[in-house]
Ligand binder design. Structure first.
Ligand SMILES: Cc1cc2nc3c(=O)[nH]c(=O)nc-3n(C[C@H](O)[C@H](O)[C@H](O)COP(=O)(O)OP(=O)(O)OC[C@H]3O[C@@H](n4cnc5c(N)ncnc54)[C@H](O)[C@@H]3O)c2cc1C
Length: 420
């Protein structure tokens, strides 16, 4: 039988956005083809949340939107139509039980990211979406500024009345998201806001991070200093690596840091290792400990204050020998220790490349997309969903919810157009 090459709707990219968009449109009776360039759909979804898939976050909508920065407003209409509770209801219908963890993050309770991906694929297939893998779309074909067909890398043409471009960002390219969507949209006149890494580990020269590599600090406050001024602060967990720093708190501020480094600003992070105690209380505690254990070495005092790996680094920064008895430590030296405990500085002078970023900042300019429908303002019948849009949030389940919500809205909008 000849291959079918005419569909009402073609969805490009079988990530969370594309699967949701295709399934939603097909559930409304639209003859839908989902084209995916990799051998399997949802390769990035399978590695989300360290394999556990942080699906969404239960925080209120306004707070949720703030996690996307200035661009967040664009999501208001999509979230008004389909938000976290809708996604949880959808998961429930797929027999996925969920649990809410620290910071409102929602994960599947018994299943992993791979199971969620399989269930999503199964759901889309059950709505009669035709899923074709190993097929990279290379070009969008227009007639009179309306979408008419797509061309694949192997030279085939599929005609359609509408296209949803859900090809993802340009990071973790081995999962399939390598920025094709930006190129295809630019070719037909869309503006692409400069692509840059977000949620990316940071580099620091000098040997401090190397000496601390592998150390995770829990419950610390990290302040971001741009040209010496506090730009942002966050509380939680960070990690030292052989090249610099990473971990949730660092990744969350990394987008701002990437931009600041581009603007040639001096970037430092200041870690408060004892955020529960203000300076006066911490100083009183140090004094008390030094008085009570005057004959003990400085090392023993630090044992009670810091993880082992940090002790030699801290002693070096304070200029106090580890075998100095506590009663010989003078007020100035105690002041140095206090300062380092409240303001442990690490200079940041770079970041890992875009491919190592969990999310791509920049993308299809939101000015050229109607937030009520996800339709292009330039090309009739073209819709966008997911990370290909100029949207990026910090960690916590926000990015996946945006992919699902914009996918859902794009699917419904395309179905509406086709039925009109
Ligand atoms: C390691 C890691 C962990 C993450 N963890 C979380 C998390 O726990 N929670 C969270 O909210 N977010 C997380 N994210 C971010 C989240 O995965 C993405 O924001 C989300 O996958 C974006 O969905 P999408 O459908 O827009 O794009 P993608 O998931 O990137 O899917 C796009 C699809 O399009 C396909 N494609 C690309 N070009 C073409 C083409 N030319 N033709 C056909 N197909 C094409 C790709 O192969 C891919 O399958 C994580 C990201 C990474 C890298």
């Amino acid at each position: 039988m000849a291959e079918k090459t005419d569909f009402q709707l073609i969805v490009i990219g079988a990530g969370p956005a594309g699967l949701m968009a295709a399934g939603r449109a097909a559930s409304l009776g639209v003859d839908t083809l989902l084209l995916e360039k990799m051998e399997q759909p949802g390769q990035k979804l399978r590695i989300t949340g360290k394999g556990r898939c942080n699906l969404t976050n239960i925080c209120a909508q306004e707070e949720f939107i703030q996690h996307f920065g200035r661009e967040g407003r664009f999501l208001r209409q999509a979230f008004a139509r389909y938000f976290s509770q809708d996604l949880l209801n959808f998961m429930d219908a797929l027999h996925v039980k969920t649990q809410t963890e620290r910071g409102g993050r929602v994960f599947p309770a018994g299943e992993d990211a791979n199971d969620i991906t399989q269930k999503l694929i199964g759901w889309a297939a059950a709505q009669a979406v035709q899923i074709q893998t190993h097929t990279a779309v290379s070009t969008l074909l227009l007639e009179d500024q309306a979408i008419r067909a797509v061309k694949t890398a192997d030279g085939k043409t599929f005609s359609c009345q509408a296209v949803i471009l859900a090809s993802g960002g340009a990071s973790f390219s081995h999962t399939g998201s390598s920025g094709d969507g930006y190129r295809m949209a630019a070719e037909i006149g869309h503006t692409i806001v400069s692509i840059r890494p977000a949620l990316v580990p940071l580099k620091s020269s000098g040997d401090v991070c190397q000496r601390l590599q592998g150390l995770t600090l829990h419950n610390v406050e990290v302040r971001l200093l741009l040209d010496g001024k506090v730009g942002f602060k966050d509380f939680g967990e960070m990690l030292f690596t052989h090249f610099g720093v990473s971990g949730p708190v660092i990744l969350s501020m990394s987008g701002k840091i990437v931009d600041a480094l581009r603007e040639k600003k001096k970037v430092e992070i200041a870690v408060d290792l004892k955020p529960a105690l203000d300076e006066a209380k911490l100083d009183a505690r140090l004094l008390r400990d030094m008085d009570a254990h005057g004959k003990q070495y400085f090392r023993t005092l630090l044992d009670g204050l810091l993880p082992q790996k940090m002790i030699p680094v801290m002693a070096g920064r304070c200029g106090i020998a580890l075998d100095k008895p506590c009663h010989q430590i003078n007020a100035q030296e105690r002041g140095h220790l206090l300062q380092q405990l409240k303001d442990f500085r690490v200079e940041i002078n770079g970041h890992l490349p875009l491919d190592a970023a969990m999310v791509t900042a920049g993308g299809i300019s939101l000015k050229e997309v109607d937030p009520r429908s996800m339709q292009s303002r330039l090309v009739q019948g073209l819709y966008f969903a997911g990370e290909v849009l100029d949207l990026a949030a910090d960690t916590g389940g926000y990015n996946l919810q945006a992919a699902f919500s914009t996918g859902w809205l794009a699917g419904i909008s395309a179905a509406q157009q086709i039925s009109d």
